[in-house]
Design a protein around this ligand. Structure first.
Ligand SMILES: [Fe+2]
Length: 488
């Protein structure tokens, strides 16, 4: 593997960091209780002239309330961030809390009222009894941002979607679904196809459970395009679109429907890891909703990398974990620097062939998470390049996302940019306008090194991973998962 290792100057000075110094990067897991008013960031290097627009982020930010805390990284109350690139070399930053029902109630009572991914619903027995009559699903959209029909939305893994203004970051309100579809679980990652249509997958619980593929418009009118009956739905974080299909992976971490109604437990406690039953991969035709399915080994997948048609086959590349990774991301464990193998998911291909009962599995180069591709190239399929966040392997003592990698499928070459004593999260790919090459653009990478005063956004050349600019923010942006680019 060819490695290009560039050292962050500030972090290099801290190479021999003390234990206290090493805690520096873990400030990204501490609660941030104040939003930040608009302020100019300090820019080093030269930003591309064409980079005009805003990087939007919506990570968890408040884990500690007055009387109790959230137990898991994924559960903190959402803070929206905007880094606006004015096109003259300037970047202006501000943040604003998402005004969700969960945030209002949990803040006022000082405890996690709606629970979370691995935080139980607060309030003991009475609250749990109430939960039976009115199951609480959080609207804390701290995971993904999407644009549906021009409307910006913040998502978590429920059907409660919050709308917000991408300029002011003001919360507009909850999207009220205009249909009668009851889909309490929805993937946190919607997909947008090449025609700009917004798609998502939800789960309907009942005597028989179903995955339901929907398309929707900004008024909240969902249209069910297909349903797939399953005895116990698998954990659902995302799905993938190819040019002609929606690809749904039925994870072997399977929901217990009654627990969703009666337990009031954390989200993760509603699932059982059942590897013996294996998994299923489903391909839904976007044209007519017909479904084809294949057996697969037991899967635990958050993110797809890409999907495309290859002759009569469908190819689906995934970031594959060997088991649920709930405890790895417990907030206290992360604050203490606990290692995370989940930053190094196995890049794995499944080939779905007509007439075959089972998907054909192929190992691909690279171990990573939070993948990015040029979506235009991926929807035309296949994308040649993959960018992602990764970590040193356990032998080297790696513990968390600390590097950006680029995979070239044509050569299987992986280029790597590691940051010493730092965390480096998802590299958001922003294509250059009128780009001729698939990798013509930049990567926007949220980093925090031990000696950094605040978070630093690295602007990398997507072709070479060379750093073009670094944007110093006046605050530590709590670590989140995904960003989105809003064009000027
Ligand atoms: Fe995700």
């Amino acid at each position: 593997m060819a490695a290009v290792v560039e050292t962050n100057p500030a972090a290099a000075a801290a190479t021999a960091a003390s234990a206290a110094g090493a805690a520096g990067r873990r400030r990204g897991f501490l609660s941030q209780t104040q939003a930040t008013s608009p302020v100019d960031a300090v820019v080093h290097g030269r930003l591309p002239d064409w980079l005009r627009g805003s990087l939007l982020l919506n990570g968890p930010a408040v884990w500690d309330l007055s009387a109790a805390s959230y137990a898991h990284w994924f559960d903190g109350l959402a803070l929206l961030h905007r880094l606006h690139f004015g096109g003259n070399g300037s970047v202006r930053y501000h943040s604003r809390f998402l005004d969700s029902e969960d945030a209002r109630l949990s803040r006022s009572r000082g405890r996690p009222e709606f629970g979370g991914y691995d935080t139980p619903v607060s309030g003991g027995l009475l609250s749990r009894i109430l939960h039976v009559f009115d199951p609480r699903r959080t609207d804390n959209g701290c995971v993904v941002l999407s644009v549906c029909d021009g409307q910006w939305q913040a998502h978590t893994e429920s059907d409660r979607v919050m709308r917000f203004d991408p300029v002011t970051l003001a919360t507009i309100g909850e999207l009220r679904w205009a249909d009668r579809l009851a889909l309490p679980l929805m993937a946190a990652h919607p997909c947008v196809d090449s025609q700009g249509r917004w798609w998502n997958v939800g789960v309907r619980f009942g005597r028989r459970c179903e995955y339901v593929l929907v398309s929707a418009d900004r008024r909240g009118e969902r249209r069910a395009r297909a349903s797939i009956v399953t005895e116990r739905p698998g954990y659902l974080h995302a799905f993938a679109l190819s040019a002609r299909h929606a690809l749904i992976w039925e994870c072997a971490w399977r929901a217990h429907p009654l627990r969703f109604l009666f337990a009031g437990e954390s989200y993760a406690k509603h699932f059982d890891w059942l590897p013996a039953k294996g998994s299923r991969l489903h391909a839904v035709s976007l044209a007519d909703g017909s479904v084809s399915s294949w057996d697969a080994p037991p899967l635990l997948v958050f993110h797809g990398v890409q999907a495309y048609e290859r002759g009569k086959d469908i190819v689906l590349d995934l970031c594959l974990h060997s088991a649920p990774v709930v405890e790895e991301f417990a907030i206290e464990r992360l604050r203490a620097g606990g290692p995370s193998e989940a930053a190094r998911a196995r890049h794995t291909r499944f080939v779905l062939s007509p007439g075959a009962a089972a998907a054909r599995e192929e190992a691909l180069p690279g171990r990573f998470e939070l993948p990015q591709v040029n979506m235009k190239a991926a929807l035309a399929g296949p994308a040649r390049y993959v960018w992602a966040a990764s970590a040193a392997d356990a032998v080297q003592g790696g513990s968390f996302f600390d590097r950006t990698i680029k995979l070239d499928h044509a050569s299987s070459r992986i280029t790597e940019r590691a940051y010493a004593n730092a965390v480096a999260l998802e590299p958001l790919f922003v294509p250059a306008p009128g780009a001729r090459a698939e990798d013509d653009g930049v990567l926007l990478v949220h980093t925090l090194a031990d000696n950094d005063a605040g978070s630093v956004l690295r602007v990398l050349d997507a072709a070479t991973l060379d750093e073009r600019a670094a944007v110093e923010l006046p605050v530590v942006v709590p670590f989140g998962f995904h960003g989105a680019w809003a064009k000027a």
